[in-house]
Design a protein around this ligand. Structure first.
Ligand code: AMP
Length: 436
């Protein structure tokens, strides 16, 4: 199928051609015609499947017909994180560049006065995180009575982050006669309930089984004798792999900070990103990562969902994620748009519980690679091509010619008993399951 067959008009098709897309992805093929027919849609799709274009392209098509009034946006996209919201806004600009539509991005951590000014001029599309939207609504800065299209993106993440009551509240403020599109990687009972309450006879479109990992990502786990040994093991892996750009996920913000400093002190182009950092610093770091000024982004799960950076060759899980869905999202940062990616995870004896939950959830294999905490790597016994790939690749391109003196990795204490407050780095967006 071609984009031309989906019912999109020439200005949008021209923008798609400029993006270099040959043909629609499966979720786009299934979702776009239904959205253009004004149907409610439930899209079961992971990030990396092209789902953002799957809803933004037909929205642009629909909205292109009319114009917004002051403070009365015509459509609303709800996103769980600021980064994802900003990315959706970028997508809107890219796909809508030939259509004269206006948008406002309402996210926490950004200047509210500027956001209010944009709203007052009237916007076609409002892209918001739930908290900031409710805040501005309650201050009387937005009227939601003209919303014709609502998108709830990453609904499973909304659930994890405890946003479902906010979503319900927002839905109840919107006109009942509207089109609603809900996207989620998994369909938990709470999301099903949301769907039956707020969507009307939705068309279900699915492109992969819930919580499956992309086939283009090879997965490895490395047993590590103690949390203290993690930094050195991680460095060994980085040196063995041909890392172009990589996300390194930690469960704790303190580890994000200390590991990024440790790597930077060793001469790697590493930076930290987590929910405690100012929004401007998070955006700046992301831009540097996208432009390859830094190539190791040490981060909390705030960066795991939806953040779209081309050609990420590797994902490293410094810790086993506590929530198996996070694993799927973390490793989904690589192996995107058909490219190959490699995901490595460090596992200590303290991770048994999380590992069991993870292995139950995913349907793919994670190969065990043994790396001596001090010495040479030992393979699990199985030989495969990926192993050959590792040992051949030189790591040196990651390390600038002059290395500064490294700090002692033992200083970076990872203790399983760390308090879990904001463990995933969400800042003000603490997932509900940590409170349970
Ligand atoms: P998403 O799942 O929305 O995060 O999109 C993943 C990536 O796929 C993004 O980099 C998009 O720019 C890209 N993409 C979206 N649609 C297409 C397409 N039809 N062909 C190729 N790449 C696409």
């Amino acid at each position: 199928m071609k984009f031309e067959d989906l019912g999109l008009s020439e200005p949008i098709l021209a923008a798609i051609r400029d993006c270099g897309y040959d043909s629609p992805t499966p979720i786009q093929e299934k979702a776009i015609p239904n959205i253009l027919m004004a149907r409610d849609v439930v899209g079961l799709a992971q990030t990396g499947t092209g789902k953002t274009a799957g809803f933004t392209l037909p929205m642009i098509e629909i909205l292109n017909g009319g114009r917004a009034k002051a403070r009365m946006p015509r459509s609303l996209i709800l996103s769980p994180t600021r980064e994802l919201a900003a990315q959706i806004a970028d997508n809107f600009d890219m796909y809508g560049k030939n259509c004269n539509l206006s948008k406002a991005l309402l996210i926490g951590g950004s200047n509210m006065a500027d956001q209010i000014k944009v709203l007052e001029r009237g916007v076609d599309v409002l892209i918001a995180t739930p908290g900031r939207l409710i805040d501005l609504f309650e201050r009387g800065n937005i009227l939601l009575n003209d919303i014709k299209i609502l998108v709830i993106d990453e609904a499973d993440r909304m659930l994890d982050m405890g946003f479902i009551p906010d979503i319900e509240k927002i839905c109840s403020l919107l006109p009942p006669l509207r089109q609603t599109l809900l996207f989620s990687a998994t369909m938990a009972p709470e999301i099903k309930a949301l769907t039956s309450k707020f969507l009307s006879n939705p068309k279900e479109v699915a492109v992969s089984a819930p919580a499956t990992t992309a086939v283009t990502v090879e997965q490895f786990q490395v047993p590590v004798s103690s949390p203290k040994a993690k930094n050195n093991v991680l460095e060994k892996i980085i040196q063995q792999e041909n890392v172009q750009t990589a996300f390194i996920f930690c469960n704790r913000k303190r580890d994000v900070d200390s590991l990024s400093k440790w790597l930077a002190n060793k001469g790697y182009k590493a930076r930290a990103m987590h929910g405690d950092m100012a929004q401007s610093a998070r955006m700046e770091t992301l831009e540097k990562f996208k432009s390859n000024e830094i190539n190791l982004l040490v981060c909390s799960d705030v960066a795991a969902r939806g953040i779209d950076v081309d050609s990420v060759s590797h994902v490293f899980n410094y810790d086993v994620p506590m929530n198996p869905d996070d694993y799927v999202h973390r490793i989904g940062r690589t192996g995107r748009a058909g490219q190959k990616g490699r995901a490595w995870m460090l596992v200590t004896k303290y991770d048994d519980k999380f590992m069991m939950a993870l292995l139950k959830r995913i349907d793919s294999k994670i190969e065990t690679i043994k790396i001596d905490d001090k010495g040479e790597e030992k393979h699990s016994g199985k030989t495969d091509d990926s192993r050959k790939h590792q040992s051949k690749n030189t790591p040196r391109e990651n390390i600038p010619a002059t290395k500064s003196k490294g700090r002692d990795g033992a200083k970076n204490k990872s203790q399983r008993n760390d308090e879990v407050a904001d463990v995933n780095g969400f800042g003000d967006e603490v997932p509900a399951f940590f409170n349970n």
